[in-house]
Write a protein that binds this ligand. Sequence first.
Ligand code: SAM
Length: 398
Amino acid sequence: MSETEQIIRIAAKGDGITASGRHVRYAAPGDTISADGAITPGPHHATPPCRHFGKCGGCQLQHCDDEALAGFVRDRVVNAAEGQGLVPAKVAAPHMSPPNSRRRASLRAINGGGRAVIGFNEGGSHKVVDMRECHVLRPELMAARDTLAAYFGKLKGKFAIGVELALLDQGIDCLLSGFMPEGLEQTEDLLELCRRSGFARLSLDQGYGPEGFWEPEPVTITLSGTPVACPPGAFLQATDDGEAALAGAAQEWLAGCTNVADLFSGLGTFALALGEGRKVLAAEAERAALLACRTAGAKAGLQLEAAHRDLFRNPLRAEELRGFDGIVLDPPRAGARTQVEQIAASGVERVVYISCNPSSWARDATLLREAGYELAELRPVGQFRWSIHVELASLFVK
Ligand SMILES: C[S@@+](CC[C@H](N)C(=O)[O-])C[C@H]1O[C@@H](n2cnc3c(N)ncnc32)[C@H](O)[C@@H]1O
């Protein structure tokens, strides 16, 4: 190994890598690494904005400037494609979400040293960060965190509470798991907290599914201009601008299609974006989300049919797909191998594959390539700013 080496890129797990393959934590592309591992910052090394960086599991890359972050997101997607022998005809510049734009978060609350600690988990640990600031969350989510910290601070005894926060049309939606107020005083305090802090909804899950505690008016999330009833804990794209980038890709790429299947449709982020002028079939396993999507589509006067279906065990078969001229799919992190096998066999002309995991996407995509599809465009998306989670939109054409 030479005396000093330069970091040439960021690896999938966030380490900087030198040309000789040495991994260095918290090193940015262009940094110089001495033989003893000391980092001399290069032109892309940034000062992390958050005091919790290095401990908090929410961010891994605050030491990288915007150019290095965008490069990481692009490389992660392109390398996943190339690793499976996929050659995109076009790679768009990455879409990067700005600071303080994330509209949902899964935090944990525990008691430590006689007070409540609420935050993301520490990296690679079950410990919780006492999150005094956050540069990724919307300020409304941080304000809700602070309010809950004050409430939980009054609880006696040990606790470990799951805290899911999302920003909906009416304000903060909060789902607490593993907590139930005890007695009249705690219950009234919690109601007062909801009133005073303008929470839109608070639900409690004791292990049997969310139960309503506070919801003065039914909550909605507006997707592509259509308000959709939002069940507690429903999937939402992480940022407004990320949703717009992904939905925009589906709209653009399926513009000429008249009969589209939206698979793993959730609340209808893509089905509703595809909107008027075509038939859309939305298929999804989560019943509450599917019903919300169906009702919203009907109210908006769209030709939207919603099918309740487990697409892992019972994928839409090639024969069922053949009537469509476009498909958009957005499966969970594991990908959708069995469903993609059926899509590959269907020969449907345009397939838009949205993914939150470049590795499972690339493995699935090889099935499309083997069936004669071309990867016409790849759009890397960095909704989880400063983290190693990378998403993408892709267009396959037969
Ligand atoms: C990444 S989310 C995408 C949701 C939606 N497309 C959106 O953008 O808001 C994945 C969706 O797949 C659904 N899902 C998970 N497993 C499924 C299965 N076996 N069959 C059908 N849908 C499933 C989840 O409920 C979730 O709504």
